[in-house]
Write a protein that binds this ligand. Structure first.
Ligand SMILES: NC(=O)c1ccc[n+]([C@@H]2O[C@H](COP(=O)([O-])OP(=O)(O)OC[C@H]3O[C@@H](n4cnc5c(N)ncnc54)[C@H](OP(=O)(O)O)[C@@H]3O)[C@@H](O)[C@H]2O)c1
Length: 281
């Protein structure tokens, strides 16, 4: 798929994988929309991309995914500027050593890593349907053995930095697989991509663990190539409802396909986000 003229939105575009993917998208002629929590960090990222690709088509928008108010105003602004979207790369994420709450009262990783991309992909579906071979990407591939505790989705009973983080990513995987099969996403490919372990600052709360993980990781540039491989493929629509590790198709487990988990999670999430985004009058 050619990227010239495509509108590609990347969350967490100011650092790590988000920045590396944004550079590549911009270098290939996409109109790249950098969505960042901090305007200053976003501006620095934009200038860095401009230095490498002076004629890059870039747009900077701010959105703090830990704030429903910020998500709502971002969506309003996005709609006022755009009538179509071709790629939504739900990349931003946070990993917290200690359980913390957002201003909306949700557990931080649950909101940033799961509720926020859930809202973005559902709220932008109509603009995605106006895109050409539109693609929604959730960023991760939890291990098969991880299970959700549906009664403790926000880790009130048990919080573990890695365990809870991957549960939020598993929620995202379930939501992507569910959305991929729902009629409202017809014409839009929804997929989960794991770019593979890459050197990153995500585990910043526990620097030693982050350092150790980075020893066995590839460069962020290589991970970004894995994401671009899928975005630029000629069979984007065939990716709907699939999971990939790096460039390879990754088999869906029975658990991931279990409607008895997926559907209640979807319903519960819809009720959470609609009560926050559209509170009763
Ligand atoms: N590292 C790996 O080996 C690996 C492997 C597979 C998948 N991934 C996935 O790759 C993605 C990017 O990770 P990374 O390693 O590149 O991490 P990173 O450098 O820490 O980047 C995370 C990005 O998310 C943004 N973010 C965090 N909280 C936010 C919020 N409340 N609102 C808006 N943006 C927020 C950060 O913005 P600030 O700079 O403002 O904090 C930053 O831009 C994650 O989804 C991760 O799960 C990573």
């Amino acid at each position: 798929m050619k990227l010239a003229g495509k509108h590609c939105l990347v969350t967490g575009a100011n650092s790590g994988l988000g920045l590396a993917v944004s550079k590549k998208l911009a270098g290939m002629g996409a109109n790249t929309i950098l969505v960042c929590r901090s305007r200053a960090k976003g501006e620095a990222a934009l200038q860095e991309i401009k230095r490498e690709t002076p004629d890059a088509s870039l747009e900077l928008m701010t959105c703090d995914l830990s704030s429903m108010k910020s998500i709502r105003s971002f969506l309003d602004e996005f709609r006022s500027r755009h009538s179509k979207l071709d790629v939504l790369f739900n990349n931003a994420a946070v990993m917290k050593q200690k359980r913390t709450l957002t201003e909306d009262g949700f557990e931080m990783m649950f909101q940033v890593n799961y509720l926020a991309p859930f809202i973005l992909m559902n709220s932008l579906l109509d603009l995605l349907r106006n895109g050409s071979e539109p693609l929604v990407i959730g960023n991760a591939r939890p291990e098969y053995k991880i299970r959700l505790d549906m009664d403790d989705l926000q880790f009130e009973k048990r919080y573990k930095m890695y365990g809870s983080f991957f549960q939020t990513k598993l929620c995202l995987l379930f939501a992507c697989l569910e959305l991929a099969h729902r009629p409202e996403s017809d014409g839009v490919a929804v997929t989960m991509l794991d770019p593979g372990p890459f050197k990153s600052n995500l585990v910043r709360d526990v620097p030693l663990a982050g350092w150790f993980k980075n020893l066995f990781s590839v460069s962020v540039d290589k991970a970004a190539d894995n994401i671009l491989h899928h975005i630029t493929s000629d069979d984007v629509m065939d990716k709907n409802g699939k999971v990939f590790k790096e460039k390879q198709d990754w088999p869906l487990s029975e658990y991931w396909q279990d409607a008895k988990v997926r559907e209640p999670l979807w319903a519960k999430t819809q009720s959470i986000v609609s009560s926050v985004l559209d509170p009763p009058a």
